[in-house]
Structure formats: C-alpha cells, structure tokens
Ligand binder design. Structure first.
Ligand SMILES: NC(=O)c1ccc[n+]([C@@H]2O[C@H](COP(=O)([O-])OP(=O)(O)OC[C@H]3O[C@@H](n4cnc5c(N)ncnc54)[C@H](O)[C@@H]3O)[C@@H](O)[C@H]2O)c1
Length: 386
C-alpha cells in the first residue's frame, strides 16, 4: 500500500529534536499499518553549521535558519516545536495561522496567559495539535491508566509523585544562554514546576482526574548566578525546588515533589496510587515495570506483583519484540508519533491537545502563586478524561 505523506518541519535540534527525529524515522517500520508516513522535510535552528550537520545526521531533506521561513513553506504539513519554552507561543501561533498542524514540546507555555493564546490560535484555525507529554505512552504507564479506568483500584485515596534531579547544585553554573536556558526565568517561565512537575501533573490528572486546589512551597537555593547574556551576577528567578499537596476532584489527596538539588538523582520520576481495592506504583528507572497490589488476591500469596510490561497483550508491545524483551525511553516518542499519525487518519484528537495541556498549565500557575502568596489556590481545572 502506498502511504500518504505527512511532511514534517522540525524547529530546534537539541535533546528533543533528536528524540522526535528518531520517532519519525522509526514509526513506519514498527507501525506498518498506518496510512500516513512522516517525511523529514526540513529542520530549523539558528546556527547554519549546526542545523546542516543535524539535517545530514538525521536525514532531513533540507534546513532553514529562520523558523518563519520554515512555516511559510508550502511543502510542510506539520510544524514540530522543540525550542526552549519562550519560543513556543510565537511559533505555535504563526504555524496555526499558516494552517499547519502543530506538535509542541511541553510545557505548553511559560504562563497561563501565553497558553490561552496558543489554544485560541489552534482552535480558531482548526489545526490538529498535540503536546509531547510523552510519558503517557510508555507501556507500563498506559497499562496503569487501563487498570485505574477498569476500576480495579476502586475508590482512590492517595496519589504521590516526584521528579528529582541534582544537576544544578553547583553554584558556579550560569543562567541563560544555549546550554542553561532552563535556569533563566525569561526563557523557561519557571524552574522545576514547568520543567519537571508539569510531567507529574499531566500524568496525575490523566490517571486520577482533575486537581482542584493546591498548597505549595518553592525554594531558590542559589540566589544569584552569572547570566550568560549580560556577564553579570543576577538574581535567580526560577524555582530550584517545589513541593505541593492538593485535592483531586475525586476526593483523593495528592503529594508532589520536584527538585534539581537531590544529590544522586538524575531523573528519578515515580508515582504511586493507593485505592480501596489495590495500589499501583511506577518508577522511570525501571520503566517497563508496573507494581500492582490487589487486595482480593488469596491471603497466602497476597503481595505486590511486579508486572514486566512486555507482553503482546499489553499496550504498544505487540509492535516490538517478543514477550520479556524491554523497550526504552525513546519508544515513548515513537508511540506519540504513531498515535498522532493515527489521529490524522481517523480525524480524532491526539491527546494531550493544547487545550488538555492548558489544564496542566493552570495547575502550574496555581502552584507558583500558592508558593508566592503562602496560601491555598484554586486551579479552575476542568478535566474530562483528556
Ligand atoms: N518531553 C520531555 O520529556 C522533554 C524533555 C526535555 C525537554 N523538553 C522540552 O523540549 C523543549 C526543548 O528542550 P531541549 O531539552 O530539547 O532543549 P535544547 O537546548 O537541547 O534544544 C533547544 C534547541 O532549540 C534551538 N533554538 C532555540 N531558539 C531557537 C530559535 N529562535 N529558532 C530556532 N531554533 C531555536 C536551539 O538552538 C536548540 O537546538 C523545551 O520546551 C523543553 O521543556 C521536553
């Protein structure tokens, strides 16, 4: 069967540029039944040397150094935004106005206000859109969603999650510039809240429903750092660490923690859900495994089961190897591309859409405001199984 082409224009060729390119390149091999195949039409970054080398390495047909030129091209169907957060809004709005589909990295935006404009743009122009909250598409996490939705856990009481790193403990690291844009509030919007907790929040609401209100605390451990652009010591304005607790719409309690100051942790991302009939827990470091406790198991064998999510009956795994063999982090991006192409084929939405991701943005904003104002904040989240 000859496939229809979805011509991709990717902007930003750093970490995420690589994961997405890998997703586009692999998807047709492993999801052969899809009607569409992605074509790596063009990639864009500001440095010509860098973008040329990236295009050659990953097999893009062409490159641009100005994202506006990429968006103006008639041979691009979908624009994929892999730039730092301060560029998401401008590029997404321009791409939507040009009638392109838009795939955008998380977080949706730096602020709720920016996110609202982005949602308005994709909806007014009726262009297909999605946000790369890719952890939803790891098989063990998707299985967690199926187990929760099946009612096997019963009424949920607790949801706890964390995302811990240690890469900013060194007080001599600068803020801003190409390598350290995450340390610069202007480029990033927030610190760990938008960068790491946004993933935790997206998964938490996908698995356990809307977050109603939050009470948060944030900390900046190193108060000043040299700014790469000005060459001066300047106040650090991003949150280095953030803790919050919350009420979910379903009556359960949530506990969230994120920091870049947890010595020894590079990317510890975990969640645990405790329900009346059972519990689940997951850890990114062992990403194919889901721990499940079923309270109706027979007494003598009752205990936590460790499910190695690699069987063909389990989410996405019929597309990969034989049962028992693992897949990795990068496969979550292949799965998101596959689901996006499927959604183009059947005309359905590819969740999380911009509108879904706006709900996560509402929680992030409420968290930052709660920490600043030292009080509980309502989120105004309207979550309907997004
Ligand atoms: N889904 C995830 O798990 C995940 C993980 C990491 C990063 N991200 C998100 O992906 C985005 C990019 O992060 P990253 O880690 O890939 O960053 P990065 O610094 O590795 O790469 C950013 C790229 O954008 C390019 N760029 C910056 N400004 C540009 C402009 N005006 N025009 C064209 N190119 C421009 C840079 O040159 C660089 O190639 C961020 O929004 C981040 O939050 C998501």
């Amino acid at each position: 069967m000859s496939k229809k082409e979805l011509r991709i224009g990717l902007i930003g060729c750093g970490f995420m540029g690589r994961t997405h390119s890998n997703g586009y390149k692999r998807v047709s091999n492993f999801f052969p039944d899809l009607e569409y195949k992605p074509v790596l039409k063009a990639v864009c970054s500001r440095s010509e040397d860098k973008v040329k080398a990236f295009a050659e390495q990953w097999g893009y047909e062409s490159y641009e150094t100005d994202w506006k030129k990429l968006i103006a091209r008639e041979d691009i169907d979908a624009v994929d935004i892999c730039t730092p957060n301060n560029m998401h809004m401008e590029i997404a709005i321009a791409a939507a106005a040009a009638g392109k589909m838009v795939l955008c990295e998380k977080p949706l935006s730096r602020t709720l206000e920016e996110g609202e404009k982005m949602v308005a743009a994709v909806e007014a122009n009726q262009v297909k859109n999605t946000i790369w909250y890719n952890y939803r598409r790891l098989p063990a996490v998707t299985l967690a969603k199926q187990i929760v939705d099946s009612g096997k856990l019963g009424k949920i009481f607790h949801y706890r999650t964390n995302f811990l790193q240690d890469w900013t403990i060194n007080e001599n690291l600068p803020q801003g510039g190409a390598a350290f844009w995450r340390m610069d509030a202007e480029a990033a919007g927030s610190g760990v809240t938008g960068d790491l907790l946004a993933h935790c929040i997206d998964l938490a609401m996908w698995l356990n429903g809307g977050i109603k209100d939050v009470s948060a605390m944030t900390e900046i451990f190193v108060k000043q750092r040299m700014h790469e652009e000005t060459g001066k010591m300047e106040d650090v304005k991003i949150d280095d660490a953030c803790l919050f607790h919350c009420h979910f719409d379903n009556g359960s309690l949530g506990l969230f923690e994120s920091t870049r100051y947890a010595r020894g942790h590079k990317a510890l991302f975990t969640f645990e859900i405790n329900g009346e009939k059972g519990s689940l827990k997951w850890d990114l470091h062992d990403l194919n495994r889901l721990e499940y406790f079923n309270n109706s198991d027979e007494g003598i064998v009752k205990g936590w089961r460790s499910i190695h999510v690699t069987d063909g009956d389990q989410p996405y795994m019929d597309k990969w190897w034989v049962p028992g063999l693992s897949i990795g982090y990068e496969h979550s991006f292949v799965h998101q591309v596959a689901d996006f192409l499927q959604s183009v084929e059947n005309g359905e939405e590819c969740h999380p859409t911009f509108r879904d991701a706006l709900e996560t943005q509402k929680v992030c904003e409420a968290v930052i405001n709660s920490a600043k104002n030292r009080k509980w904040e309502d989120t105004d989240v309207d979550w309907k199984n997004k």
